[in-house]
Ligand binder design. Sequence first.
Ligand code: GLN
Length: 540
Amino acid sequence: MAKYIFVTGGVVSSLGKGITAASIGVLLKSRGLRVIHQKFDPYLNVDPGTMNPYQHGEVYVTDDGAESDLDLGHYERFTGVTTNRNCNYTSGRIYDAIIKKERRGDYLGGTVQVVPHVTSEICDSIRSVVTNDVDVVISEIGGTVGDIESLPYLEALRQFRQQEGRNNVLFIHVTLIPYLHRAGEVKTKPTQHSVGRLREIGIIPDILICRTEKHLDKDVRKKLSLFCNVDEEAVVECMDAENTIYEVPLQFAEQDLDTVIVDNLGLRGGRRNLRPWREYCDKVINADQVVEIGVVGKYSELLDAYKSIHEALNHAGAAHTAKVKITSISAEDIEKNGAEHELKGLGGILVPGGFGARGVEGKIKAVTYAREKKIPYFGICYGMHMAVIEFARNVLKLKDADTTENIQDTKNPVIHLMEEQKRVMNLGGTMRLGAFPCELKKNSIVRKSYGKDSISERHRHRFEFNNDYREQFEKAGMSLSGLSPNGLLVEIVELEDHPWFVAVQFHPEFKSRPIDPHPLFRDFIGASLKCGGRKIEKNV
Ligand code: GLN
């Protein structure tokens, strides 16, 4: 029988609930328990697939092709679990299911209501991730206690504990303990209010995770324990991680959070083993080289838009005991100021996924710069399209080469719409999504990197390499080094006469883990270190 942990948030948003939930997963897994993670998002979009990165940040893609919340990326990176489409529900998806049932007549003439129908649908969704391989479900509720939109979830959780039994369900509340500089004190009142709101709904948290910039002393812990009705050892502090977010599980372990959890839930589990985590964090702390990587995108000021790419670059850096300095570069700035001005001095250049015409010419200029100056280049999805267009224009001399995504009637559509996409009408959930196999060419850069002939990677796109141009590309030195098993889709291109130039149709960043860095990111950083790495001088 599975046990359930629910993570709610209070006082303010952006407290790092996702990282908290993921870190709890790490601790339980380190004791040999099998966990699965889940996120509930209270907004009404069915999934984040059609949302703008300014609204939502990155869209994370699962193996089974769900377009989901970026917290699923944290869960996978931290615990190494493979999430699936049941690991992320939005209110839109819950309501969509209910309305479909209602239209089918499933409610037999009854009035369909938030309580009990929406709440039951939420409870069913929680159970939908349970399999025989799961000991603990960790579900995070998006938003903040007190939001109107969160109410049905909290009511559902209250009911859920009633159904599953007190000893099988644990509530963890993540909250902010502000520090008032003038008063020189940390303040517990916002947390007391937030826990009060939860109590009104019938939920008493078992554990408080307190985000704070100052250590919480014994008195503060006592006060929180007394006023919020949690045991003193269940008041756990969470400070901003100094070197890397992967230190958070170690912080929690120092406070024995996992012991509080297993004791509360009556779980057994073995002894905690966090050795690989310590080793990873040590590599980050002991980095003795640094390399600057330029990520050329549309959302240069928005870190969350390329979350998994940033994480994958960090993992790859640690694999070389190096620090990766990530510089976000606006593709439009390259259009305005020129590639030399924006890209000079970089150790490597990465063009990530993207959509639409804005900034495209700047991205193409970045590819030219990397190709001609022999700077390592890594193109991901749209970044592969850019690499193909650039090569067509400047090497094959097809001056008007383009993607039909931006110029529908271009004479040289080197990137064009996939056949099955031509019939697609709805925008939501209709791209080529999820994991697909790919065969690697012998002796290619990528074959050496992965160390195997066939791989599986996750996709999210509508457009693809146009097979009419295959011969021209190969003849001129752009190798098509990864193909779908039936040979029909070009998944990877690479340049032969270059230190490291690889562009892929898929999103390798989704599968990089701190403890298991992605081979392409690892080798991209390896090449970039050779090209532009600098020693870090340590002050002894
Ligand atoms: N816009 C491109 C397509 O739809 C690339 C998508 C992406 O980079 N994820 O094919």
